[in-house]
Design a protein around this ligand. Structure first.
Ligand code: GRF
Length: 191
């Protein structure tokens, strides 16, 4: 992967699978880094259209039919084409292989909607409510071969309110995600 000239913003590629609200926040609050590519495993991901409308380069490829190795190879080629130095996962719903992570030299970050190490994986808000937690939140972490287990770079807490449903809690956590992710990515890129 490319090295940045000293002082230049770090070149970030964002991977999404859906609406892309975290990607939008990363684009709009970029500081010390620059989003140079938005890519997706789902050509119909709504976030892609938003990025394209902003004039950002986009890339979409479904692994369906071609298999994971060919899919990841093509994705990596695109990241190299744009000299991407750091990959930010933002609602990207696929596991990356150790080969992909190794090619990026571990420079991959993710946002997860729980206070890690609590509630790795899916349905985080329903699990937090079922456990009777009074505090929920989100975490930005490094991506490793183990799901949601890499070093935590930053977390934000939000209160659980009486009568919360998973959707209500998710909306409150999502607002916190939109502040946390650009701030932590900026710190990571300045390290
Ligand atoms: C966010 O809650 C993120 O933490 C999780 O998936 C959701 C993606 O939302 N990994 P968006 O696509 O960024 O709006």
């Amino acid at each position: 992967m490319a090295e940045a000239p000293p002082g230049a913003p770090v070149r970030v590629g964002v991977l999404i699978s859906g609406r892309g609200s975290n990607m939008m926040s990363l684009v709009e609050r970029a500081d010390g880094y620059e989003v140079v590519l938005v890519a997706s495993d789902r050509p119909e991901a709504p976030g892609l259209a938003w990025a394209a409308a902003r004039g950002l380069p986009t890339f979409a490829l479904s692994p369906r039919g071609i298999g994971k190795p060919a899919y990841e190879t093509a994705m990596l080629e695109e990241l190299v084409r744009y000299d991407v130095q750091v990959v930010a996962l933002a609602g990207y719903m696929r596991l990356l292989t150790p080969a992909f992570i190794g090619t990026m030299r571990g420079n991959i970050v993710n946002i997860h909607p729980s206070l890690l190490p609590l509630y790795k994986g899916l349905d985080t808000h329903a699990r937090a409510l079922a456990a009777g937690d009074r505090v929920a939140g989100c975490s930005v972490h490094l991506v490793t071969d183990e799901l949601d287990a890499g070093r935590v770079l930053g977390r934000a807490e939000v209160p659980v309110e009486p009568g919360d449903t998973p959707d209500r809690l998710a909306a409150r956590v999502l607002a916190a995600e939109h502040s946390l992710y650009p701030r932590v990515l900026s710190e990571y890129c300045r390290r």
